[in-house]
Design a protein around this ligand. Structure first.
Ligand code: ADP
Ligand code: MG
Length: 581
């Protein structure tokens, strides 16, 4: 009745795989408590039957009169305590599982390749981590409680009925499968809509995130209407899906309740007409027992929705967890590289259908030298440098560091050799100092951090901030200017002191004046390192040992500044277009 397709079973299995021995013990204890709960529940119709019988007996002693109320109070207190233990224990297990799945997912996200992020919006990924895991939590805590506790309660009541009157009980048994049938039809609908709700929640997050991040663009270009309309449409879709889900759930709920009521009516009829020997006390006990079945049954029906949603959510979480992480099969270790970089016949495509970005590209950058990549935007400069730290892997040919394919190194060792300062600097919501000493640099001494900050002209602006280097930069570094962010990123690269340096438009947000001052810092940063620099400012390019001119993913010219200008080729035309005002 819970839609046991093979896929569903696989999801259950996998969720069970998260249970540790301690979880099993708690689940066992909670199940045992559920048996107690159901057992106490059986007492209720029995007590009701006995009270009814007692009304016929005159001249009772005080002791006889008080025993039943005492039992009633005691039973309810026990039931209350046991219920607390069941709910707490089972929820603890469910929450613990979700906590683990969530951590695992977060971990997994960080290991996924750049390609995955190209194809999946962060909104969707965030909603998976928050919304989907929450639904799994619902299904694995509430649903399990209801499933175990309420099924046992129903079972207990049925057993009591069988014991008292098998004939009457048979009627109930006729009712149950009819309700089961209704539930089954419902669960298919529930599942379909809960999947759609999940995807529409992802849309809600995605669009919100985009609009909020781009709020300045939205304001200046008057995009409110467009953004609102887009959001409304998605929000309405979410509403429609939710309403359909609710309709299926509520309709099924009423329907199953109606079936139960018909069952009760049948019992009343059979008891009074077909079976005239049914006593008043038996009849009261029976209707009490049936009444006690209805609430758990309704909960079971409702919980089915939660359960189905949880399964759909878990299924999509597992699908993401099964996404392959970055390929890290290299075994070569590397302490500190000399820094020989070579691209050998490299071909690469983001999407084979859209054609190659590079075709058999070759380029050698000897250790300690610098190469400036020049070319129009879209010519493939950023893509070329992103192959070196293996954000993407070449489709054919190879990228070599110190003569060995980058794929042969352990990923950690490879990336330790490379510093990167890119156009869009990513800062974390932390202090300037902690942003400079980020990640593996966290161990560096305060002196080293200060020296890097000084050299990258961070100190210059940090001195004017309330807490100097210990000033927080806000989300994504929003409290700093673009140029200040880039200086922090340069300080970070200085501190890392890696043999290979990638500067991808690292100074694009600096004004000419700041850049001139930071040139010496950059020059110092480039000294003795293999540097791949993408820049459109003449000053940075001139300084490079060699200039490589790219056009549509191919290297069309190389040489130093003077040689290239003399050739009067593509570089010189780019140069006159871009660098002269
Ligand atoms: P440049 O840095 O020289 O401006 P890029 O290397 O960023 O150029 O881009 C080269 C080509 O690859 C462009 O046609 C661009 O549209 C495409 N491209 C860049 N990044 C991606 C990506 N993540 N997914 C698909 N295509 C991309
Ligand atoms: Mg670029």
């Amino acid at each position: 009745m819970f839609g046991l397709s093979s896929q569903t079973v696989a999801v259950y299995r996998r969720l069970l795989g998260y249970l540790e021995p301690a979880h099993w013990r708690v689940l066992g204890a909670a199940s045992a408590a559920s048996v107690v709960y159901a057992g106490v529940g059986v007492l209720v119709p029995q007590i009701m039957a006995e009270i009814t019988e007692g009304f016929g007996t005159p001249n009772r002693t005080l002791a006889e009169a008080i025993i039943v109320p005492i039992i009633i109070v005691a039973a309810l207190v026990v039931r209350g305590i046991v219920d607390f233990l069941i709910v707490y224990g089972m929820s603890w297990v469910g929450r613990a599982v979700v906590r683990d799945v969530r951590s695992q997912l977060f971990d997994h996200y960080l290991g996924l390749p750049a390609r995955f992020y190209d194809a999946n919006s962060t909104g969707l990924l965030i909603s998976k981590l928050t919304y989907n895991t929450e639904q799994v939590a619902d299904a694995t805590s509430n649903a399990v409680v209801v499933l175990v506790r309420d099924s046992l309660t129903i079972l207990g009541s049925l057993l009591w009925m069988v014991y008292k009157s098998p004939t009457l009980m048979l009627l109930v048994v006729v009712v149950v499968p009819s309700v089961g049938f209704v539930i089954n039809a419902m669960s298919r609908g529930l599942r379909r809509y809960s999947e759609r709700i999940q995807s529409s929640m992802g849309d809600v997050t995605r669009v919100t995130e985009q609009s909020l991040q781009g709020q300045r663009v939205v304001k200046i270009f008057g995009g409110q209407k467009q953004e609102t309309e887009q959001f409304d449409e998605i929000n309405r879709r979410n509403f429609r899906m939710n309403m359909r889900l609710i309709a299926v759930r509520a309709g099924g709920d009423s329907l199953s309740q109606a079936v139960v009521v018909v069952g009760v009516a049948a019992v009343v009829f059979v008891a009074s007409w077909v079976l005239p020997d049914v006593t008043a006390s038996l009849f009261v006990g029976f209707t009490t027992a049936m009444g006690m079945v209805v609430a758990p049954f309704r909960r079971l029906v409702n919980i089915n929705a939660v359960w189905q949603r949880g399964v759909a959510a878990a299924d999509s979480l597992f699908a993401t967890l099964d996404e392959p992480v970055e390929n890290d099969s290299g075994v070569k270790t590397l302490g500190r590289a000399r820094g020989d970089v070579e691209y050998r016949n490299v071909s690469f495509a983001y999407d084979p259908a859209k054609g190659n970005v590079f075709q058999n590209l070759s380029l050698a950058v000897p250790a300690g030298t610098s190469v400036a990549l020049v070319g129009q935007s879209g010519s493939g400069k950023s893509t070329l440098v992103s192959l070196l730290p293996r954000f993407y892997d070449a489709d054919s040919g190879s990228v070599l560091l110190d003569g060995a394919d980058v794929r042969d190194y352990k990923l950690r060792d490879l990336r330790r050799q490379i510093s990167l300062v890119s156009q869009d600097v990513v800062l974390f919501d932390d202090t300037i100092a902690n942003n400079i000493a980020y990640g593996s640099l966290a161990e560096r001494s305060r002196e080293e951090i200060e020296r890097a900050a000084e050299a990258a002209y961070v100190t210059e602006f940090a001195a004017g901030l309330p807490n100097g280097l210990d000033t927080r930069v806000g989300e994504r570094g929003a409290l700093l200017s673009g140029g200040q962010r880039q200086r922090v990123a340069i300080a970070r690269a200085l501190l890392k002191d890696a043999p290979v340096l990638i500067l991808d438009e690292a100074t694009s947000a600096l004004d000419t004046e700041s850049e001139r001052r930071i040139q010496s810092a950059l020059a110092r940063l480039m000294q003795g390192r293999t540097t791949l620099v993408i820049a459109h400012r003449l000053s940075t390019i001139e300084r490079a040992d060699r200039i490589v001119v790219m056009r549509d993913g191919a290297i069309v010219e190389t040489g130093n500044h003077e040689q290239l200008l003399e050739r009067r080729g593509y570089y010189s035309s780019l140069h006159s277009l871009q660098f002269t005002s």
